[in-house]
Design a protein around this ligand. Structure first.
Ligand code: HPA
Length: 272
């Protein structure tokens, strides 16, 4: 079966559950599930029920689509996303993003936990992405182009929406701070990086490093979706003073930044 027909089957299933016409798609990153509590939930659909959806394997990801209202918009949130390190191809990773688009979503809002290569950042801080570097050995657009979704050679001159980015900056200002912007480099993981790799990432212009986001944004741009992405800095990647990274600390710092996300995201969605 073609990829497009698989998508149509997933859409058909979701429509029989009463889900249609969403405005904003949200991807919740590692340790960032609390935003779901802000959603006035209408439906919860486990990934395992949706035809052709990959199954989430990381234990702290519960793997559900949450459909409801947030900031006076219809939203679809992914609680639990797919990563290359789980063994999925980039094409599998973006299946849900394509589903969101076919359900009418016009804006994709992505969150993630990331390492801070830029040492002006601090742990727990949120950073608005303004560009990315794809270091993954895969790309969701490899293979036959899905002509129904977009062109073979999509433009990537501005993956992140300036319009929505401006709204994020303004809402941060209203909350009393200046939000930093940064370039996100995507790596496969699952190991964190060596000191030499952090130096390399700094040299090539990355401010942040993480194991997600870029495949989803590439697929979204292919379909003409606007994208906005916010990272939470969970650890500082200082090659000259590198501390051992512990997953518990990463999750603790993700939870600190999440408080800021909870304040800003509903306001941004209201204005897009
Ligand atoms: N490297 C890669 N991914 C990450 C990191 C990191 O330092 N921190 C959180 N996700």
């Amino acid at each position: 079966m073609s990829e497009y027909n698989k998508l149509l089957e997933a859409i058909e299933f979701l429509k029989t559950k009463g889900i249609h016409n969403s405005d904003v798609g949200i991807i919740l990153g590692t340790g960032l599930g609390k935003l779901v509590n802000e959603i006035e939930i209408k439906h919860i659909i486990p990934y395992s029920e949706i035809p052709h959806f990959p199954e989430s394997t990381v234990e702290f990801h519960s793997g559900k689509l949450i459909i409801g209202r947030l900031g006076e918009k219809n939203v679809i949130a992914m609680q639990g996303r797919f990563h290359l390190y789980e063994g999925y191809s980039a094409n599998q990773v973006v299946f849900p993003v394509r589903v969101m688009k076919l359900l009418g979503v016009q804006l994709l809002l992505v969150t993630n936990a990331a390492g801070g290569i830029n040492l002006n950042y601090s742990k727990g801080q949120i950073v608005l992405l303004d560009d990315h570097i794809n270091l993954l050995p895969d790309n969701p657009l490899i293979g036959s182009n899905i002509d129904e979704l977009g062109h073979r050679f999509p433009d990537m001159s501005a993956p992140y929406s300036k319009r929505v980015g401006k709204i994020v900056v303004e809402e941060a200002e209203k909350l009393g701070y200046t939000i930093e912007k940064g370039v996100y480099a995507s790596v496969t993981g699952p190991n964190l990086e060596t000191r030499a790799e952090y130096r390399f990432l700094r040299t090539i212009g990355a401010d942040l490093v993480g194991m997600s986001t870029v495949p989803e944004v590439i697929a979204a741009k292919h379909m003409g979706l606007e994208c906005v992405a916010i990272s939470i800095v969970t650890d500082l990647c200082d090659p000259d003073n590198l501390e051992e990274a512990k997953i518990e600390d990463i999750l603790t710092n993700a939870a600190i930044g999440e408080q800021e996300l909870l304040r800003i995201v509903p306001k941004v969605i209201e204005r897009v």
